[in-house]
Design a protein around this ligand. Structure first.
Ligand code: HEM
Length: 504
C-alpha cells in the first residue's frame, strides 16, 4: 500500500512538473499578458474578467503595446491580439489549413456538443452565400422591398398615428427577420409565425449551448445524444423540418425537373433553393437542409438587426442628417426605383451605416483564426497549434491616426473619402480593409456582407424617406452595452417614430 501511494505521489509530481515545463516553454509565455495571469487555472479567472472588461482591456493593450502582439484570456482560452498592419495582412492571406476562422468560432463559442462538428467543419455554405447569394441580390431586391413595405406597415406607425414610441431593437429585429427570410425561404414562409418562432428557438438553443459549455467545459466531452437531449435547438430543427416538409418536397421536385432538362421550370431565387440543390448533391436529409437555413439565420439576423438598431439610434440622436440623406435618396429612387444599382449610388446612406458601425462597434475582436498547426507570423510571433489569434476591432476603429476625430460620429466621412479621385469603390460598408474590420478581413471575411449591406441600405433609405425619428427623452443616445466580446445597442432604449405625410 505504502509503495503504491509513493508511486502515485511521485507520478503526480512528475506530471505537474512536466505541465509546468511545457507551460514555461510555450511561445505564449513570452507574449505580454493583458487582463489576467498566464498561469494554469488563473487564466480562467482572467476569462471571467474579460467577460465584463474586455473592451477596456483591449483598448488598453492596443495603446500600450502599439503594434506589438499581446495576449488576453477568454473563458475558452488565450487569444493572441495583433494590430500591426503587416501582421494583419499576413493573417488575411493565410489559407484555412494554417489559420481558420470557423475552427476559432467553433472553439471560442462552442456548441458542437449539440450541433455536431460536421455543421462547422463542412463550410460549403460560406461559398454559396458569397457567390450564389451575392449574385442573386439584384433579382431578390424587388421582393425584399415588398417585404420591407409590408413589415414596416406592421411594425412601424401608420398614417395619422402621430409620434409613437418604439423599442428600436425589437422593431429592427421584427423587420430584418422578415426581410432576410424573404431572401432565405421566400414568400409566404417568411411571414409564417410558427416558422419564425422555431428559427428564434433554434438560435436561443445554440446560444444557451455555448454559454453553458463555456461555464462547464465538461459538457463538450459528453456524447452528442446527451447534448442534444438537453437543448432546445435539435427539437426546433425537427419541428421546422416537419412544418416545411411540403415546401421541401416541392423544391426537390422542381430541382428534379430542372435536372431532367425541363426548361419550363422556374426555381425560386432564394437561399432555400440553393441549399436544396447543394444538399441533394450531397445526399442531405430535409432536416440537415433545414439546419443549414436555421444556422444561416443565426449568423445573419442579430448582426444585421443590431447594425440597423445602431443606425436608427444615431439618426434619432442626429435628426439634422435626415434631410441630406433624403436629398440623396429621393432623386435616385425617382430615376431608377429601388434597384441594386440605385442602392449602390446611395453613398451617404452607405456611409451613415458604416460610420454607425465603426462608431458604436458590434464586437471588440474580429479576424479570429485558430492555428491549425504551429504558425510563425511575419513578425516572428509563434501561434501554437490550437491557439486563437485576432484583431482588436473597436480599438482599431477608434484609432485617431486611422480616423481623424475618431470619437466623433461623422456620418458622411466615408462618402467624402469616396468622392476623392480613384476612391469610388473604396470605403464602402462591404469593402473590408486593414482599418475596417467590421466584417473581418481577407479570404475568410464575412461572406454575407454584400447581402447585409444591400439589405441595410434598403431598410435605412426606406425608413428615412418614410418616417421622422427622434430620441425619447432627447439628449445623447443611450450607451451601448458590452458583454463577453460583443457590443449590443441599448436593449431598453426607445425612439419616437412618426410616419411622414409626404412619404414616398
Ligand atoms: C451587419 C451584418 C453582419 C456583420 C457585422 C457580420 C460580421 C461577420 C464577421 C466579423 C465575421 C467573421 C469574419 C472574419 O473574422 O474575417 C462573419 C462571418 C460570417 N458571416 Fe457575417 N456578418 C453580418 C451579416 C451576415 C449575413 C447576412 C450572413 C448570411 C447571409 C452572414 C454569414 C456569415 C458566415 C457564414 C460567416 C462565416 C462563419 C464561419 O466561418 O463559421 N453574415 N460575419
Amino acid at each position: 500500500m505504502g509503495a503504491i501511494l509513493t508511486f502515485l505521489f511521485v507520478a503526480t509530481e512528475l506530471l505537474v512538473l512536466l505541465y509546468f515545463v511545457k507551460w514555461k516553454k510555450s511561445p505564449l509565455y513570452k507574449l505580454p499578458t493583458v487582463g489576467g495571469f498566464f498561469f494554469p487555472l488563473l487564466s480562467y479567472l482572467g476569462g471571467l474578467n474579460t467577460l465584463f472588461r474586455g473592451k477596456r482591456l483591449l483598448q488598453y493593450g492596443y495603446r500600450k503595446h502599439r503594434g506589438r502582439p499581446f495576449k488576453i484570456p477568454l473563458l475558452s482560452g488565450w487569444v493572441v491580439v495583433v494590430s500591426n498592419p503587416a501582421v494583419m495582412e499576413d493573417i488575411r492571406t493565410r489559407p484555412q489549413d494554417q489559420l481558420w476562422l470557423t475552427q476559432a468560432l467553433m472553439n471560442a463559442f462552442p456548441s458542437y456538443h449539440v450541433t455536431g462538428k460536421e455543421l462547422w467543419e463542412n463550410t460549403w455554405l460560406h461559398d454559396l452565400i458569397l457567390k450564389d447569394l451575392t449574385r442573386s441580390i439584384g433579382a431578390m431586391l424587388p421582393d425584399l422591398i415588398d417585404e420591407l413595405e409590408v413589415a414596416a406597415q406592421e411594425f412601424l406607425p401608420g398614417d395619422g398615428d402621430g409620434w409613437v414610441s418604439l423599442n428600436p431593437s425589437k422593431a429592427s429585429e421584427d423587420i430584418i427577420v422578415r426581410a432576410i427570410n424573404r431572401g432565405f425561404v421566400g414568400f409566404p414562409t417568411c411571414r409564417n409565425k410558427e416558422y419564425l418562432d422555431l428559427v428564434a428557438q433554434y438560435s436561443h438553443g445554440i446560444v444557451t449551448a455555448w454559454a453553458s459549455a463555456l461555464i462547464f467545459p465538461i459538457l463538450l466531452a459528453l456524447p452528442l445524444s446527451i447534448g442534444r437531449f438537453f437543448n432546445a435547438a435539435p427539437n426546433a430543427a425537427r419541428k421546422c423540418t416537419q412544418l416545411l416538409k411540403p415546401i421541401l418536397t416541392e423544391r426537390r421536385e422542381l430541382l428534379q425537373r430542372k435536372l431532367e432538362g425541363d426548361d419550363t421550370v422556374q426555381v425560386p431565387i432564394d437561399v432555400l433553393q440553393m441549399v436544396v440543390e447543394e444538399g441533394v448533391a450531397r445526399d442531405y436529409s430535409d432536416e440537415r437542409i433545414m439546419i443549414r437555413i436555421m444556422s444561416t439565420n443565426l449568423g445573419a439576423l442579430h448582426t444585421t438587426s443590431m447594425s440597423l438598431t445602431n443606425a436608427l439610434f444615431d439618426l434619432a440622436a442626429h435628426p439634422e442628417y435626415a434631410q441630406p440623406l433624403r436629398d440623396e435618396i429621393a432623386p435616385i429612387v425617382a430615376a431608377e426605383g429601388w434597384t441594386k444599382q440605385a442602392l449602390h449610388r446611395m453613398w451617404k446612406v452607405d456611409s451613415f451605416l458604416k460610420e454607425s458601425h465603426r462608431y458604436n462597434g458590434m464586437g471588440v475582436l474580429s479576424m479570429l483564426r485558430e492555428a491549425m498547426t504551429d504558425v510563425v507570423l511575419i513578425d516572428g510571433t509563434v501561434i501554437p497549434k490550437g491557439t486563437i489569434v485576432g484583431v482588436p476591432t473597436f480599438a482599431i476603429h477608434h484609432d485617431k491616426e486611422k480616423y481623424p476625430d475618431s470619437h466623433t460620429f461623422d456620418p458622411f466621412r466615408f462618402a467624402r473619402l469616396r468622392a476623392q479621385d480613384g476612391n469610388e469603390t473604396k470605403h464602402q460598408l462591404s469593402t473590408t480593409a486593414l482599418d475596417w474590420v467590421g466584417f473581418g478581413h481577407g479570404r475568410q471575411s464575412c461572406p454575407g456582407r454584400f447581402f447585409a449591406a444591400s439589405e441595410l441600405r434598403a431598410v435605412l433609405a426606406y425608413i428615412v424617406m418614410n418616417y421622422d425619428l427622434k430620441l425619447e427623452g432627447g439628449g445623447p443616445r443611450p450607451k451601448n452595452f458590452f458583454f463577453a466580446v460583443g457590443l449590443v445597442p441599448p436593449p431598453s432604449g426607445r425612439i419616437w417614430f412618426r410616419k411622414r405625410e409626404a412619404a414616398s
